[in-house]
Design a protein around this ligand. Structure first.
Ligand SMILES: [Zn+2]
Length: 207
């Protein structure tokens, strides 16, 4: 059997279409499967799914990922629940940043960013300031039971300090977030292969 390059690059259950946010922190927030504005279809319901996801995400370096995978006993249900909580709090915060939180949601957006800020503070407290490719960054401690939470928090910190925040957008169809690096009218969909095509098909049926 011939395995194409795009298939072999990603672990089971994940494909290129899962990493369209433009930053690993946004791709993490996008780990829900819903095609509308609900966020009930969780795609990282188990540690196995999360470990498979991170391989294609660029959130950790190869060496970091290898160190994380060496000791799976460190990962418990509590840490997975805290990761889900951080994901949803970060989502609400990002909606606020993108100017998409309506009046009813602004309190949640504020709380979301507070939660993210606290997670970043804790991650910095446990992390190490390390050189990586000529650039220094805060990195998570692979020996901590909070390491995945810290990896995501430090990813969020990296994104939130970047100029890409000004280009943060949400898909017109689902809840996925992305950095719009295009010019002109701007990108409307998380991905043309998924939401873009579904929206086109619907517009065609409505005619
Ligand atoms: Zn979408």
């Amino acid at each position: 059997m011939v395995i194409s390059e795009s298939q072999s690059r990603f672990a089971q259950g994940w494909s290129e279409a899962d990493y369209v946010g433009g930053h690993p922190a946004l791709d993490f927030i996008n780990t829900v499967a819903d095609t509308g504005k609900t966020r009930l279809g969780d795609k990282i319901g188990s540690w196995e799914a999360l470990r498979d996801w991170v391989g294609g995400a660029g959130l950790l370096s190869k060496q970091e990922l290898a160190a994380f995978l060496q000791d799976p006993e460190l990962d418990d249900d509590g840490a997975l629940a805290r990761l889900h909580d951080l994901r949803e709090q970060a989502y609400e915060g990002m909606l606020g940043l993108a100017g998409l939180a309506d009046t009813a949601r602004q309190g949640m957006a504020y709380q979301g960013m507070e939660h993210v800020g606290e997670a970043i503070r804790e991650a910095l407290g446990r992390g190490a300031f390390r050189e990586e490719g000529g650039r220094f960054r805060w990195r998570p401690d692979a020996g901590s039971s909070e390491r995945w939470l810290d990896a995501v928090a430090l990813g969020l910190e990296d994104f939130l300090r970047s100029e890409d925040v000004a280009r943060l957008r949400q898909c017109a169809r689902c809840t996925w977030l992305f950095v719009d690096r295009g010019r002109g009218a701007g990108r409307r969909w998380c991905d043309m292969r998924t939401c873009g095509n579904r929206a086109k098909a619907e517009a065609f049926r409505c005619r």
